[in-house]
Design a protein around this ligand. Structure first.
Ligand code: DP6
Length: 318
């Protein structure tokens, strides 16, 4: 066994969202989902065994509450046999918990690092299943470019796989509206959303949209990718507003960026939005349009920070 293992995994943004569970303990989703892995946003995680009495987590050089990762490591001890306590050191190159899905890159990197530390076979499907137990969206961050998480119905059948390992020229411009920690966790948010009377219809539509999305990606039809992703994401946020205890991740600034992006599309640019469990907006466009769109966005929203992200790679050991 190695003394210390370091792995990196990139975050991913879902074009067809995961927003609801049929099994909360196992993170079995109500929908299959599809994502793009992002190059500039990633987590690097090192793990080593320690004689300490508990698992520990140092995130961006600060000691953090380790209860969530400790629960994850306990699950791994149950799966692969008992092992000593683990010291985790993690660097997040993602605005933490502001809807840029840092839990995805974090649990994917931790899973990869632990597979290395425990000398487990590097089977992508098994790594995806294990990452899923930490955070559902992490199941997709094992893979580069595009990944599909087939929802399955139990631990064994619910894992992601590489969907299309090519760059189709898609770009995302991330509008950082707030880097504050989100008020409602995605775990809690999706649980509430499932009480919306329209939730079942969103789930049904999502299955149709997934099939259409796969086709659009294979055809490198970015307009179609954007239109479907936008509808799917706005539908997800509708469930939050219509559920029994309504809530909203949008701020007024989020809405302004959404409206402006729609105007850009009407004016003939490839520009579509997707939004996760936070106020930030990811604008879907293509490599040819990203610069002109960025100039327009910066002119309209001088107070915001924008980053251009293209497709990134699978997890790797450093
Ligand atoms: C809106 O994976 O963070 O980003 O499984 O409870 O940890 P848990 O949830 P999480 O949810 C991500 C939700 C989303 C959509 C998506 O990534 O598919």
């Amino acid at each position: 066994m190695k003394n210390i293992v370091t792995a990196r995994a990139h975050t991913n943004i879902a074009l067809i969202k995961y927003w609801g569970k049929t099994d909360i303990a196992l993170n079995i989703p109500t929908t299959s989902s599809l994502s793009m892995t992002l190059e500039p946003f990633y987590t690097t995680t090192s793990v080593e065994f320690t004689d300490n009495e508990s698992d520990s987590l140092i995130l961006n050089s600060a000691m953090e509450d380790s209860s969530r990762v400790s629960k994850f490591l306990e699950m791994m001890r149950g799966q692969y046999g008992n092992f000593p306590k683990v010291m985790i050191q993690s660097e997040n190159h993602v605005p933490t918990a502001a809807g840029l899905a840092s839990s995805a890159s974090s649990f994917a990197a931790l899973t990869a690092a632990m597979f290395g530390l425990l000398d487990l076979e590097k089977d992508d499907s098994e790594m995806s299943r294990i990452a899923r137990r930490g955070s559902g969206s992490a199941s997709r961050s094992i893979f580069g470019n595009f990944a599909v998480w087939n929802k399955g119905e139990n631990h064994q059948s619910s894992f992601a796989e590489s969907f299309y390992n090519k760059d189709i020229g898609l770009s995302m411009i991330v509008a950082e509206i707030s880097s504050e920690k989100k008020k409602m966790s995605s775990t809690k948010g999706m649980q509430l959303a499932q009480t919306a009377p329209t939730y079942g219809a969103w789930v049904e539509k999502s299955a149709i949209q997934l099939a259409e999305m796969k086709q659009a990606i294979l055809q490198a039809d970015i307009e179609k990718v954007g239109l479907i992703a936008q509808d799917n994401a706005l539908g997800m946020h509708e469930q939050n507003r219509l559920c029994l205890e309504p809530f909203d991740y949008f701020t007024s600034e989020t809405q302004r960026v959404v409206d402006f992006t729609k105007e850009c599309y009407k004016a003939g640019l490839l520009a579509f939005v997707t939004i996760d469990a936070g106020p930030n907006v990811k604008i879907i466009t293509d490599h040819a349009t990203e610069k002109i769109l960025l100039i327009k966005l910066k002119a309209e929203f001088p107070e915001l920070t924008f980053d251009i992200a293209r497709a990134g790679g699978a997890y790797e050991y450093l």
